[in-house]
Design a binder for this molecule. Structure first.
Ligand SMILES: Cc1cc2nc3c(=O)[nH]c(=O)nc-3n(C[C@H](O)[C@H](O)[C@H](O)COP(=O)(O)O)c2cc1C
Length: 375
């Protein structure tokens, strides 16, 4: 596997493979530690966690590994305000609450902790890498992270976002292609215009910034990793591939949905959280968005809070039709195995994908011949 040796050395990794932060419960301490123990970088997705939960999650990871791990937060944004009445959104979800025997939905409360408090906790976790999505970090935050010698990575979905991130002093950029599962990191302009596929996005970002680029979105096996490295990525970040690992914390119904899904069965939706995210199409996604009534979906994170009781109850009763089944377009390649097994497979597959590239020998001979000609 040929990733930038500097990047691997700086982060003390054996393999250029990062387990994406999987906020919402996918990234259990067992999963994070297994990936780090296998020579990759495990990540705690802490965007929804309180400062106390962040500290606890990191303690749990550190009890299972002494290897480096990362922590991820959502970049701070202006508090979501209810400029519209929440009535339409509440009416839209109410029948599903009653179908699951839940009390009627009510106006959701915003988060009770701030980004500053979350960052304060993250700084004390002992994580060697900090990544973020949904925007830029205030300069004080980057300084605080650097003072602790924490490697900082921001998420970009366009070249311009990557350039903006580099200007703020990040150490690396995660280039998130449109195939990616979960929320879009887009923070500038129209999110639909920023739906750039990984194979287009990565080399254009690599050409535009000096910091290392991590390719993310639709990468599920060694062929994808080899392709991303060939495009100039220093490492890859896989989300969906790790969600079906035995250590992942997703409900069984979610894992089964990924294992049975096809590449044309995911879609971008705002129905669950109020922010565009890619997941497997299910009943809630289809029905909540029908009629085109955008007023029936609250801004992030209020819609997320509104639908949380529904998703929690659905997880308990195995009702995949009400779960946010975040997954990328590579779903058909998902496998059920332990994270350690997946890591070994990814490393082996990447090596053989590079060696077995059709025509590699003919390119080699072109290189040798042209080299010989100049001698
Ligand atoms: C369930 C799930 C949760 C995610 N949570 C986060 C998160 O908290 N922070 C983040 O930066 N990215 C998050 N992502 C996006 C990943 O970082 C990454 O871009 C994506 O998983 C890559 O695409 P793939 O799923 O096709 O591998 C999440 C993705 C999924 C599938």
């Amino acid at each position: 596997m040929s990733a930038s040796p500097d990047f691997l050395q700086i982060l003390k990794l054996q393999h250029p493979i990062i387990q994406a932060p999987l906020a919402g419960g996918g990234d259990t301490p067992e999963l994070v530690a297994a990936v780090s123990n296998a020579g990759g970088l495990g990540f705690i997705g802490a965007g929804y966690l309180s400062p106390e939960q962040i500290a606890q999650a990191a303690r749990n990871v550190k009890s299972k590994t002494t290897r480096p791990f990362g922590i991820n937060l959502f970049a701070p944004s202006a508090p979501a305000s209810l400029s519209i009445s929440p009535d339409a959104a509440i009416r839209r979800v109410a029948p599903y609450f009653s179908e699951l025997g839940l009390p009627a939905p009510s106006i959701p409360a915003g988060p009770i902790f701030s980004f500053t408090e979350q960052l304060g906790a993250a700084l004390e976790t002992g994580a060697s890498v900090f990544s973020f999505t949904f925007g830029l970090l205030p300069s004080g935050a980057i300084q605080a992270l650097k003072q602790k010698k924490i490697f900082v990575m921001g998420t970009a979905t366009t070249v311009n976002e990557a350039i903006e991130l580099e200007k703020t002093g990040v150490d690396a950029v995660v280039a998130q292609g449109s195939e990616a599962g979960g929320h879009r990191g887009t923070f500038q302009g129209d999110f639909s215009a920023a739906m750039i596929g990984t194979i287009s996005l990565v080399p254009q970002v690599v050409d535009a910034v000096r910091v290392p680029v991590i390719a993310s979105g639709g990468i599920m096996d060694g062929r994808g990793i080899a392709a991303a490295l060939a495009l100039g990525a220093s490492a890859v970040q896989l989300g969906t591939a790790f969600l079906t690992c035995t250590e992942s914390g997703v409900p069984d119904a979610y894992r089964e949905a990924i294992l049975n899904a096809m590449e044309d069965q995911t879609r971008i939706t705002r129905a669950f959280s109020g922010r565009p995210a890619r997941g497997i199409v299910n009943r809630f996604m289809t029905e909540a968005e029908s009629g085109g009534d955008q007023a029936a979906i609250l801004p992030f994170p209020l819609q997320n809070a509104l639908t949380r009781p529904l998703r929690t109850a659905a997880a308990k009763s195995g009702r995949a039709e009400f779960l946010s089944l975040w997954a990328g377009q590579g779903v058909r390649l998902a496998r059920r195995q332990s994270a350690a097994e997946l890591m070994v497979r990814l490393v082996e597959e990447t090596g053989s994908a590079i060696r077995q590239l059709p025509g590699v020998r003919s390119y080699e001979s072109v290189r040798t011949k042209s080299g010989a000609a100049t001698n």
